[in-house]
Design a protein around this ligand. Sequence first.
Ligand SMILES: Nc1ncnc2c1ncn2[C@@H]1O[C@H](COP(=O)(O)OP(=O)(O)O)[C@@H](O)[C@H]1O
Ligand SMILES: [Mg+2]
Length: 390
Amino acid sequence: MSEQSVNESEVLTILRGVMDPELGDNIVDLGMVRSAYVEEGTAHITIALTTAGCPLRATIKRDCETRVSSLPGVSRVQLHWDELTADERTRVMERARANARDTAAPTQIPARARVISVASGKGGVGKSSVTVNLATALASKGFTVGVLDADIWGFSIPRMLGVDSRLSARPADPDEDRGKIVPDEKKEGDGLLKVVSTGLMVETEETALMWRGLMLAKAVEQFLHDVDWGEVDYLLIDMPPGTGDVQMALARLLPQAEMMVVTTPAVSAQKVAVRVADMARRSHMPILGVIENMSAFTTPDGTSWPLFGEGGGQRLAEEIGAPLLGSIPIEPAVSAGGDTGKPVASTGSKAGEIFHEIADRIVNEILPPVNMAECSASSMTEVPVALPSE
Ligand SMILES: Nc1ncnc2c1ncn2[C@@H]1O[C@H](COP(=O)(O)OP(=O)(O)O)[C@@H](O)[C@H]1O
Ligand SMILES: [Mg+2]
């Protein structure tokens, strides 16, 4: 073995300690190290990143320098940067996702449960309304549906579903190291809703503010580990607005999770699309589909008023290559139902019907999940180009 190859394997071994925190694996096994060798005391390392402007570049650089310069005989570390090809990027993402699947600590969510995280690029577009109505529609078909309010301090699920009992705890079973939280249950048709929210743990919304110091992702993790979810067919997760770390935690803990994106019909959805694509890319989560909410309002005489514009849902769906699952009109009943804890999916209205149609699609159609690992990075660079210049 030549001296150089010994050096190279030593450098590679030590580089295995450098993690790409986004992808959750070391840069060597992810195939990001193009070459590594030592020449006259200088270690030359070429690293290919997912994108040239990867925000983690500085972290990876620092970590590589510290580790490699600790090798005897290395006095200098020279890093060279390259970019992964589209094919390589797909492979890296696949590997990261497979890793997440293999290393995920078991949660209380059964592996066969279909997990849907309801996300959006910004707040106020109707994530929580979509979550409670889809959960209600699914439950009314006889399914057991978990509803996790991951909006830890902006919680609204309990009010919208009309559940308000404090969560109870049960003592640990012999094979458990601690007791478990028991979700609040609500019967819906032949099915059952199992609800968990910080809103069911704190006394008032003011008390919830005390949770601000808590790491959001940690709280969500606890809800998956310390809640006795029991049997659930579906788990719907109402995401907090714009928190990539919760998304990442979910992808790690629930590798089967898919994302459903809620948007308004405003065509200025460009920024939203980019953010959502970015969130999906960073968490390598497939996108199940897009729901357009707050579509045209119809007056009693049948006139349609597209108050918030038109076409945004379809546009976003095309941009990210996922199906448009449905468009929910603006309807005072949706908002009133949220305030009184009686979702339109149970009381009936045009919007309620559409929620049932979407639920049917989720149940009956095996929607091929869109692999964002492949298209997100390209959509991030192509979205601005894809939009018409004004
Ligand atoms: N289709 C709709 N028609 C009328 N009001 C709606 C509709 N969807 C949501 N709303 C109202 O808009 C507000 C924001 O919705 P919400 O579901 O809380 O959004 P998010 O969870 O994304 O912040 C709420 O007051 C809700 O009642
Ligand atoms: Mg909400």
